[in-house]
Design a protein around this ligand. Structure first.
Ligand SMILES: NC(=O)c1ccc[n+]([C@@H]2O[C@H](COP(=O)([O-])OP(=O)(O)OC[C@H]3O[C@@H](n4cnc5c(N)ncnc54)[C@H](O)[C@@H]3O)[C@@H](O)[C@H]2O)c1
Length: 354
C-alpha cells in the first residue's frame, strides 16, 4: 500500500500513506523527536532508516505541549551545536507534531521538518495545513505559527498499537470532515463501522485518504484562515473549552465530538443533524462525561479565551444540516450567546440521560 497526496499550499509538500517507515535518506544533520510512549515502540525502526541521527524523547501527553518544553528541546539542540542545516523529524501524535512543528518554525528562523504521524487524529488532521503551536494556562494553541513540513510519511501500521480510546478520538475528526463536506464519506463511515473499529487497514486507507483530501481542498483555498478554513473549527468552540475544563482528561477528538453535538443543536435545534451526530458518537464509542455538563459556567468561561472570538463575542460555525453550513460574505463563524450554550447543554444532558 502506498499513496502520495500533494498538498498545494504556499510551500507545497507531499503526504505519503504507507505501511512501513521508508523515508528518503538525508545527508544533513538529523534529529528525531518523539515521546515516551511512541519512542520505545518505533524509534529503532526509524533510526535504522535515518542513520546517524540524534534522538530526543520527551514525556507523553497534552500537558507537555508547552512553551517550557519547547525551550527545553531548543536548549538541548543548541548545546549540541545543531544549526540552520538541521533536519527535524517528529514521530508521534498531534502533541509531538504541534510542538515540534512550532519549534522547527522558529529554530534558526526555520529548519527542515518531516512529520511521521502515529495517531489517527494526526494522520487525518494535524499533518494537513501547517498549524503548529503550544498551550498556555489560558487556553489551547494560544501561541504558535503556520509552518508546513517538507514531507509527511504516515505508517498506517502504527495505528495497530494505538489504544482504542485514542483511536476513536481520531475518528471524530473524520466525522467532522464528512459532516461539513462529504456525504459519501459519512455513508462510508456509517456502513463500515465494524471494519473501521477493527482497524482494518484497507478500509482505513480509504477513509484517511478521503479525509486528507477534503481538508487539503479547504487549505488550498484559504491557507491562513481568513475565510473558509474557519469551518474546520466546527465543534471546536465548545470542544476546546471541554478539553480545558477537564484538564485534558477528555481527549481532543472526543471533546470535538461532543462539541459538534452541542454546536449542531445551537445551529439547528433537535434535528436530523443532531440525530446523525448522536448516532455516530454512539457507534464510534465516544465517551461522554456527564459531570462536565454540570460545569457549564467553567465551560463558558473557557470559551471566552477562544482564538476565534472577536469584539468580545464567542464565535462558532453554524452547521445547519449535513454539508450545509452558514456563510455570509466570506464569514464562516457567527456569534453565540450564553443562553444558547446553556440551553444546548441542558438539551443534550436531558436527551442522553432519559
Ligand atoms: N495542528 C493541527 O492542525 C491540529 C489539528 C487537530 C489537533 N491538533 C492537536 O493534536 C493534539 C492531539 O493529538 P493526538 O490525538 O494525536 O494525541 P497525542 O499526540 O497526545 O497522542 C495520544 C497518545 O497516544 C500515544 N501514541 C501516539 N501514537 C501511538 C501509537 N501508534 N501507539 C501507541 N501509542 C501512541 C501518545 O504517546 C499519547 O500518549 C492536540 O494537542 C490538538 O490540539 C492539531
Amino acid at each position: 500500500m502506498s499513496h502520495a497526496i500533494s498538498i498545494g499550499c504556499q510551500r507545497p509538500y507531499v503526504i505519503h500513506l504507507q505501511a512501513d517507515f521508508s523515508i528518503p535518506y538525508a545527508t544533513t544533520p538529523k534529529v528525531l523527536i518523539s515521546d515516551r510512549h511512541v519512542g520505545p515502540l518505533y524509534k529503532e525502526q526509524v533510526l535504522s532508516v535515518l542513520d546517524d541521527c540524534y534522538y530526543i524523547e520527551i514525556p507523553a501527553g497534552e500537558s507537555f505541549k508547552t512553551r517550557e518544553m519547547k525551550q527545553k528541546i531548543e536548549d538541548e539542540l543548541l548545546l549540541n551545536h545543531f544549526g540552520r542545516d538541521v533536519h527535524i523529524y517528529a514521530l508521534g501524535g498531534g502533541v509531538i507534531l504541534d510542538l515540534v512543528g512550532f519549534l522547527a518554525s522558529t529554530y534558526c528562523r526555520g529548519v527542515k521538518l518531516t512529520y511521521l504521524p502515529t495517531t489517527l487524529l494526526a494522520m487525518v488532521d494535524v499533518i494537513v495545513g501547517g498549524k503548529t503551536g503550544v498551550n498556555t494556562p489560558q487556553g489551547k494553541n494560544m501561541i504558535g505559527s503556520f509552518y508546513t513540513p517538507s514531507a509527511v510519511y504516515a505508517n498506517l501500521n502504527t495505528l495497530q498499537s494505538l489504544s482504542m480510546k485514542e483511536y476513536t478520538a481520531g475518528i471524530q475528526e473524520m466525522i467532522k470532515h464528512a459532516l461539513l463536506f462529504d456525504d459519501s464519506l459519512l455513508c462510508y463511515l456509517n456502513k463500515h463501522t465494524k471494519e473501521l473499529l477493527a482497524k482494518d487497514i484497507s478500509f482505513l486507507e480509504h477513509v484517511i485518504q478521503k479525509s486528507i483530501l477534503m481538508k487539503a481542498r479547504v487549505i488550498e483555498d484559504d491557507e491562513f484562515e481568513s475565510g473558509k478554513r474557519a469551518l474546520l473549527n466546527f465543534g471546536h468552540t465548545v470542544g476546546h473549552a471541554i478539553e480545558k475544563v477537564s484538564f485534558y482528561q477528555v481527549l481532543h477528538g472526543h471533546a470535538i465530538g461532543i462539541g459538534m453535538l452541542i454546536e449542531a443543536y445551537m445551529a439547528s435545534g433537535e434535528s436530523a443533524l443532531t440525530k446523525t451526530i448522536l448516532d455516530f458518537l454512539k457507534a464510534y464509542e465516544c465517551p461522554i462525561d456527564f459531570a462536565l455538563f454540570n460545569r457549564t459556567d467553567d465551560i463558558l468561561d473557557a470559551m471566552h479565551w477562544d482564538k476565534k472570538n472577536c469584539d468580545n463575542s464567542i464565535q462558532m460555525v453554524y452547521l445547519k444540516n449535513i454539508n450545509a453550513y452558514q456563510c455570509h460574505e466570506n464569514q464562516y463563524t457567527f456569534p453565540i450567546t450564553k443562553e444558547q450554550v446553556l440551553h444546548a447543554f441542558t438539551w443534550v444532558k436531558d436527551y442522553l440521560q432519559c
